[in-house]
Ligand binder design. Structure first.
Ligand SMILES: Nc1nc2c(c(=O)[nH]1)N(C=O)[C@@H](CNc1ccc(C(=O)N[C@@H](CCC(=O)O)C(=O)O)cc1)CN2
Ligand SMILES: Nc1ncnc2c1ncn2[C@@H]1O[C@H](COP(=O)(O)OP(=O)(O)OP(=O)(O)O)[C@@H](O)[C@H]1O
Length: 189
């Protein structure tokens, strides 16, 4: 196994070891941290994601955004490499995608990446230098390619933030900021 895959495994096991109770508690603080963030507040179109178990959960943020009248988009993987952003009208009207991740029902209302005001990017782990470890298909790296980093923010639990640099390839997108349940982290460039 190469280094990147070993680090990905380690990140995934850190997440798997988190308790459901902690994740539920942290979700409340994470929701507060994001909804109070000026970049979130000024965004009219927001791309979030529908969290997997124990992943930093954005359901509260999505509910808040929908109530505020923002347009909310979430990822849908259409093949092994391509991910699109699809409008989500309600958290109650979702179905399950191939990996068991919640997705909006069809027909899809799709937005292009550069029409989004803010993209909240999930990660199995992040480092303090903006390095991101994803789930391994390169979906977000392809989706974010060409966008200015000022349009996206990493999201994870503080337990998933590491001081040790995550191995990064040339195509891997770095984030400038990461939001955790403890607040915003301005990455060291
Ligand atoms: N909530 C959420 N949605 C997301 C992502 C994410 O990280 N979080 N993605 C971020 O890219 C995309 C989905 N990418 C994923 C890639 C692999 C696996 C996964 O669980 N793979 C299995 C093995 C594959 C399988 O079961 O067929 C594994 O790792 O064990 C999950 C999501 C789009 N949607
Ligand atoms: N912009 C890109 N163009 C072409 N191939 C890419 C691009 N980004 C990633 N890939 C390819 O996708 C595969 C997975 O990349 P990587 O390990 O960086 O995924 P990841 O960022 O962890 O996953 P994800 O973004 O899905 O959460 C690699 O084979 C990589 O070469």
């Amino acid at each position: 196994m190469n280094t990147k895959e070993a680090v990905r495994r380690a990140c995934k096991s850190v997440r798997a070891a988190l308790s459901i109770e902690d994740c539920e508690r942290w979700t409340k603080s994470l929701t507060e941290q994001i909804t109070l963030n000026p970049r979130y507040q000024s965004a009219k179109t927001v791309m979030a994601y529908l969290a997997m178990p124990k992943e930093a959960n954005l359901d509260g943020v999505i509910r808040h955004a929908l109530i505020c009248g923002k347009s909310v988009y979430v990822p849908v993987c259409v093949d092994k490499t391509t991910m699109i952003a699809v409008r989500l009208q309600s958290l109650d009207a979702v179905t399950r995608g191939v990996l068991g991740i919640r997705i909006p029902p069809e027909p899809y209302d799709i937005i292009q990446p550069d029409d989004l005001d803010l993209i909240l990017v999930p990660g199995a782990g992040f480092d303090r230098y903006g390095g991101r470890m994803g789930m391994g298909n390169g979906y977000y790296d392809r989706f974010l390619a060409g966008l200015s980093p000022s349009f996206y923010i990493g999201v994870c639990w503080s337990a998933q933030l590491s001081d040790t640099p995550i191995p990064m390839d040339e195509h891997d997108c770095r984030v400038e900021q990461i939001i955790t349940e403890q607040g915003i982290v301005h990455c060291v460039q």
